[in-house]
Design a protein around this ligand. Structure first.
Ligand code: C2E
Ligand code: MG
Ligand code: MG
Ligand code: MG
Length: 277
């Protein structure tokens, strides 16, 4: 039967599959166009300490595909990764983040803020990654300590020596590192202790059910204990309720990010929030 379908099998192709291929091709072309015409923007979500002071923000990319159409990373980052377009996009993110940090440095009330930036696996694995970050830091004349790069566990597993070398090279000039979505990967303590990290970021999936789920509470306490053992700072993402914040504080977490404090927002709104803080 299969043989019979043979070279005409393309006709039996599910039309929905063809449609999704067409969509993908169109999306890829649009993505390239978006890069060329500057359709990306960064939103900023505040990060707070246990007293409620804003200590920094995470930059989160959005694609303004049309005036009324703002796309979230879940709608394009994967394709950007697959096509390699994440490289110019990632470079734009770092450059834009450095520009924002530079503007903060000129303002007495914002000088202390740290901006966290997500880095994709492909981007980090580029040979030129270290020099590209250094060049952006230099170009904007920023204090590298105000820049924090968020990596994920999975992207660090491939070549640990190379990973460590790159992180060390950037840490030498002051750039900080956070391990995003922590707890969802397979890092052992043995492995973690070799990484020159500054922070562990507790994944929001553990925070979500912290009030109801005893095993999530145990995981969170374990992560916080690990962070303390390794002398790392720890931040929880996805904090939506006062109850979650309180439990996290009880467990020794001292930095927070989530809808309870603010959604990711355009820089003007982030500035307004800072004014009130
Ligand atoms: P992430 O780095 O783990 O970012 C946290 C995500 O959680 C963000 O989704 C944020 O909007 C969302 N979030 C924040 N607070 C809450 C909360 O209280 N509750 C819930 N349910 N969610 C919350 P977003 O902005 O859609 O980004 C998704 C992912 O896309 C990011 O996850 C990151 O992996 C990736 N991403 C975002 N910006 C960039 C970028 O510039 N470059 C790269 N390579 N990836 C990016
Ligand atoms: Mg992140
Ligand atoms: Mg995360
Ligand atoms: Mg995540």
């Amino acid at each position: 039967q299969a043989k019979k379908a043979g070279r005409n099998s393309i006709r039996c192709f599910d039309p929905r599959m063809q449609e999704s291929i067409n969509n993908r091709v169109a999306l890829e072309a649009d993505l390239q166009h978006a890069i060329d015409t500057g359709q990306f923007i960064l939103h900023y979500q505040s990060q707070l300490d246990h007293c409620g002071n804003i200590i920094g923000a995470e930059a989160l990319i959005r694609w303004q595909r049309a005036p009324q159409r703002l796309l979230l990373p879940s709608e394009f980052i994967e394709l950007a990764e697959e096509t390699g377009l994440i490289l110019p996009i990632g470079q734009w993110v770092i450059d834009t983040a450095c520009r924002v940090i530079m503007s903060w440095q000129h303002c007495e009330s914002k000088k202390h803020l740290v901006l966290s930036v997500n880095v994709s696996a492909k981007q980090f694995q580029q040979t030129e990654f270290v020099s590209a970050v250094k060049a952006a830091v230099k170009k904007h004349g920023i204090d590298p300590e105000r820049l924090k790069l968020e990596l994920t566990e999975s992207m660090l597993l491939s070549d640990i020596d190379e990973t460590i070398a790159k992180m060390k090279a950037l840490r030498e000039i002051g750039v900080r590192f956070s391990l995003d979505d922590f707890g969802t990967g397979f890092s052992s303590l043995q492995y973690l202790k070799r990484l020159p990290l500054d922070q562990l970021k507790i994944d929001k999936s553990f925070v979500r059910d912290i009030a109801e789920d005893a095993s999530d509470r145990t995981i969170i306490r374990t992560i916080i204990a690990m962070a303390h053992t390794l002398k790392l700072d720890v931040i929880a993402e996805g904090v939506e309720t006062e109850m979650q914040r309180q439990l996290l504080i009880d467990y020794g977490c001292n930095h927070f990010q989530g809808y309870l404090f603010s959604k990711p927002q355009p820089i003007e709104q982030f500035d307004a929030q800072l004014q009130k803080n």
